[in-house]
Design a protein around this ligand. Sequence first.
Ligand code: ZN
Length: 220
Amino acid sequence: MVNEHHTKCLPQQTSTTKLGENFSGNTLDNTIKEYDNPATLITREKREEYRKRELKTRVEGWQQHKRAGRFMEELNQNNINKEASLQWLKSDKFPFDEEQLIIAAQGQGLLTNGFKKMAGLQNTDQCRFCHSAVESPSHLMSGCKILLGDGHYTARHNKVCRYLHLKICGEMQLDRSLNIWVHETPPIKSNVKVTVFYDKDIQAGRYIKDKAIKSDMEPA
Ligand SMILES: [Zn+2]
């Protein structure tokens, strides 16, 4: 009677039989044959199967998502280190809302003009700074000539270099600050074993476009 009631009368989210089917998929049939095993072992195994299946479904859903799936495409390119690109999520240093914001930016889900036009909220999708390209998170983060001209990208680039410099100094046993915000990056730093140059012009024998003659860092 209980079975019949749960199967026929109750909705998906409260019916035990329906929930059971949902969570077990088609693995329940085998369970009956395995009654010699302790129930906890069977449950643990089924839970693991469910976890893997659910994970696979979510990854596929992400991949197939028209907007958010683009980040997945970028991640799978040959020149991208997938593991390192996702390392920040494993480090557990960001609170939930900051993590959410970064993920939204990666999935092109921020409320930019491009997004607003797509959602039918306004007629223009042009960038609010340069007015000459579609405003998307990627455009704002690295493709806008006005933001580049204002030095936002360079400032961010230099912050990353400063962090790398701090780490390299640590590796090479050069004296360094304990905290990144007080660490300084002199053009040359050395000890008996190694010299680290920072923001140094490379002697080039020919003209190099955009004066790209500075390596960020150069241990020698
Ligand atoms: Zn722009």
